[in-house]
Design a protein around this ligand. Structure first.
Ligand code: 13P
Length: 288
């Protein structure tokens, strides 16, 4: 089947108490690895690229590879643009075939976040694709977006309700204590806040900063309404470390297949582990 909008995937996940893994990829092999992980485990899949990767590979190349993946596999696959602050890049990705976009105007005051999100929601609605927006500020480093620890800000539950109501955004990423990158110690997730937000907002919620969250915390967040978990850093590390290992043993290796194939296998295994935490293994059957 062609690439699908992530809206129905995430609504089904939230309604049934599981979460869908959304994986940031930077190369063709990374994309193939998460697709193989999904197909092998019958998991619905969201492939993501950051704006930096769109600039690096090109939206058309990414969308073409994701379209081939969707057309040649049985699981439903959506292609999402992660953390985008530029309207032009959103339009470029939608034109290329992305089926979900994140407008991240969380660094602006509330009213400006509402305005920008509404603009993207109107565009996306007309085409039938998903939109994600952020409230509060998720700390850490995600590609070109850097939020210092002391600038990170939790989302206010009442503002979340007002935001969803006024923008019509179909998925919301509220900042609830997770951060992008690897945690020093355990993340301090505010579960009570997730619960309060989920009681006021019925759209699927998105858990950012999925690298390094302990299993029990992921499961608790999912049970409260988190329906999408973004994972980037851990996948980059496993992919790069595997390549470093190959070169440590074979410093003169010059056949990219000799390091890309093991890196792809390692990434695939890491993605399957995240799918297990999310509880989405076997859930592709919900969409047949
Ligand atoms: P991590 O890099 O911490 O996995 O976070 C990913 C993310 O939230 C992308 O939006």
């Amino acid at each position: 089947m062609p690439l699908v909008s992530s809206t129905p995937l995430l609504q089904t996940a939230r309604a049934n108490g599981y979460c869908i893994g959304a994986f940031n990829v930077h190369t063709l092999e990374m994309l193939q690895a998460v697709v193989e992980a999904a197909e092998e485990t019958e998991s619905p899949l969201i492939i993501q690229s950051t704006v930096g990767t769109v600039k690096h590979l090109g939206a058309d190349y990414i969308a073409a590879a994701a379209t081939v993946a969707a057309n040649t596999n049985k699981v439903p696959i959506a292609l999402h643009l992660d953390h985008c602050t530029e309207f032009e890049t959103i339009v470029q990705c939608i034109r290329a075939g992305y089926t979900s976009v994140m407008i991240d105007a969380s660094h602006h005051p509330f009213e400006e976040n509402v305005r920008q999100t509404k603009q993207v929601v109107e565009l996306a609605k007309a085409i039938g694709i998903n939109v994600e927006a952020e409230l509060g500020k998720v700390g850490g480093v995600e590609d070109e977006i850097v939020v210092a620890e002391n600038e990170a800000l939790m989302a206010d539950p009442n503002e979340c309700a007002e935001f969803v109501e006024r923008t019509g955004v179909p998925t919301l990423a509220p900042a609830i204590g997770t951060a992008h990158g690897i945690y020093k110690g355990e993340p301090k997730i505010d579960f009570d806040r997730i619960d309060r937000i989920a009681k006021l907002v019925d759209v699927p919620l998105v858990l950012h900063g999925g690298s390094g969250i302990p299993e029990a915390q992921v499961r608790r967040a999912v049970s409260l309404g988190m329906a999408k978990m973004n994972v980037a850093t851990e996948l980059r590390i496993v992919f790069s470390d595997t390549i470093k290992d190959v070169f440590a043993k074979h410093p003169d290796e010059n056949d990219p297949r000799k390091y890309m194939v093991p890196a792809k296998q390692a990434l695939k295994a890491a993605a399957i582990e995240k799918m297990r935490l999310c509880g989405c293994i076997g859930k592709a059957r919900d969409f047949r």
